[in-house]
Design a protein around this ligand. Structure first.
Ligand code: ATP
Ligand code: MG
Length: 180
């Protein structure tokens, strides 16, 4: 499984629709300070279900919607989609290509889509459980995160190992079973 493309529209500094195509190997994103490099990583975090505005370096969720410039009006929504190659079927879904999208309007109304079909945040989270991708995954390592892992509480560090070992889904199922 790998990230094939990323589509961004109206997210943070990206007003126009923008499509990144990733062709194997390593991709580096370079640019001057404030040009939007970190916003690209934020977009990936957001589409994977990030709920905390602070994690996305904003004060409130609306801050992720393009807020306009001197020459351009603010936009009314933000949209991000990632397309993953799933030909190895690491994601438990019957498609060779999986597109996960999220859209939010200024009104706060929001939606998630998996391959064009509306779904819940929970569906997106479950799709990525134990893959290392996702909000609690380790596929996006932000600034300062390494320090946090090294100096964090043992229980928090354990969560990272559980995710890497692929046992989170069993732990979740056990917790649900014990509740019922
Ligand atoms: P550095 O090299 O300093 O880390 P960077 O390339 O990572 O910079 P980002 O932090 O990704 O830069 O981008 C910051 C820019 O994004 C700022 O210019 C900020 O004004 C702009 N920005 C953030 N949110 C919005 C928004 N909602 N609407 C418009 N622009 C935004
Ligand atoms: Mg940055």
């Amino acid at each position: 499984m790998y990230l094939k493309s990323l589509e961004i529209q109206g997210f943070k500094s990206f007003a126009n629709k923008l499509v990144f195509e990733f062709k194997g190997g390593i991709t580096g994103i370079v640019g001057p300070n404030g040009s939007g490099k970190s916003n690209v990583a934020d977009a990936v975090r957001w589409v994977l279900g990030e709920q905390s505005a602070k994690q996305l370096r904003g004060a409130k969720m609306e801050d992720i919607i393009f807020s306009g410039t001197q020459t351009r009006k603010p936009l009314g929504f933000a949209y991000v989609a990632i397309t993953l190659d799933n030909s190895d079927h690491q994601l438990a879904i019957d498609y060779d290509e999986v597109k996960v999208a999220r859209r939010v309007y200024r009104s706060g109304e929001s939606e998630y889509l998996i391959n064009g079909t509306n779904c819940r945040l929970k569906d997106v989270q479950e799709l990525f459980l134990d893959t290392g991708i996702g909000k609690e995954g380790y596929s996006i390592i932000g600034q300062g995160q390494i320090d946090k892992i090294l100096s964090g509480k043992p229980e928090d560090r354990r969560e990272l190992f559980d995710e890497a070992a692929g046992i989170v889904k069993f732990k979740k199922r056990k917790a649900t079973a014990e509740k019922n």
